[in-house]
Each structure stands twice: as C-alpha cells, then as structure tokens.
Design a protein around this ligand. Structure first.
Ligand code: C5P
Ligand code: MG
Length: 161
C-alpha cells in the first residue's frame, strides 16, 4: 500500500441573483448571487469531495450520490464530504493537506479566508494551517459563474495511531 495518494476535483455552477451562496459549508453573507443547483451548490465542498474520492480511485460524487436517488435528495454538501472522508478512512488513509482555488468575480472572499479554512479543516479533521485557499476573479470573463478546484494529499493511516 502506497504511503501517499493525491486527488484532484473541480466543480462549477451558474450564479443567479436572489439565491444564497454557499462555500466551504458556510453561507457567504451579502453575496449578490448564489449557485443554481439541485443541491446547496457548494462548489468548494463538491470539488474537495471529488478530490477525496479520486485520491482513493473511488469514482466521483455523481456515482456515490446520484441525484435520481431519493436517499440523497436535498442532502447537504457537508454530509457528502463527510461520507467521502469515511470512505477514505475505510481505505486506511487520511488527509494531510488540501489546496483549493475558487474563481469568482463577486463577492470578494479574502476576508473570509480564515473562517473558511477553519470550517473546511474541521470537516476534513485537519488543522486550518493545512488548508490552503486561493481566490481568483475571472477578470470579467465569467461574472455569473463560480468554479472551484481542489487537490488533496492523503497519507496511509499507521496501525496504532
Ligand atoms: O483574479 P485576480 O488575480 O485579479 O484577483 C486578485 C486578488 O483578489 C486575488 O489574489 C484574491 O486575493 C482576491 N480575490 C478575492 N475574492 C475573489 C476573487 C479574488 O478576495 N472572489
Ligand atoms: Mg489576475
């Protein structure tokens, strides 16, 4: 069993006015728009969840949580992420560090970086210093669009730890 595994995931949503914007499990207060989605549209948690599944070659969130299955109807992105983390633990790995980029023109997210890192870290059972968050605009190319990309490093769980 290899000592480390790496996973990559991404997600995108269209944004519309008068919808809440959820990111990293938090609602971004004062956002002029939010994601159009079947779920809560949390692009960051979806990207991180796909990265977790990819790291253990377990497919993607569409495979594990089909939106045609009533069991998963309306399920929160935090629940999806916790389920993906449980699969990682079952495979005898745990996250070491996560690095994500969110591309969004408005609102600015810099002021939320620490709160988001803390919250995402809690979901991944990682101290916030191992949660790297980069925010980018699309330079006006995609003002009604949010995109998140994430890489995650896993390490093998040592027996007795
Ligand atoms: O995309 P650009 O390089 O012009 O972004 C400049 C900076 O603005 C970023 O480095 C980031 O610190 C900040 N930013 C932000 N919230 C966003 C997009 C960018 O805080 N939604
Ligand atoms: Mg730039």
């Amino acid at each position: 069993m290899t000592a480390y595994r790496i996973g990559y995931g991404e997600d995108a949503h269209r944004l519309e006015a008068n919808l809440p914007l959820f990111l990293g499990g938090l609602e971004v207060a004062g956002s002029p728009h939010g994601a159009v989605a079947h779920s809560d549209g949390d692009a960051l948690l979806h990207a991180v969840s796909d990265a977790l599944l990819s790291a253990i070659a377990a497919g993607d969130i569409g495979k594990h949580f089909p939106d045609t299955d009533p069991q998963w109807k309306g399920v929160s992105s935090a629940t999806i992420l916790r389920h993906c983390l449980a699969l990682v633990h079952q495979a005898k790995y745990r996250p070491v560090n996560v690095s994500a980029v969110v591309t969004l023109d408005q609102p600015k997210l810099g002021g939320l970086r620490q709160e988001l890192a803390l919250h995402l870290g809690e979901l991944l059972e990682l101290p916030e210093i191992y949660v790297g968050l980069t925010f980018k605009t699309s330079e006006g190319l995609a003002p009604h669009h949010i995109q998140a990309r994430a890489t995650i490093l896993l390490t093998k769980i040592k027996l007795g730890s």
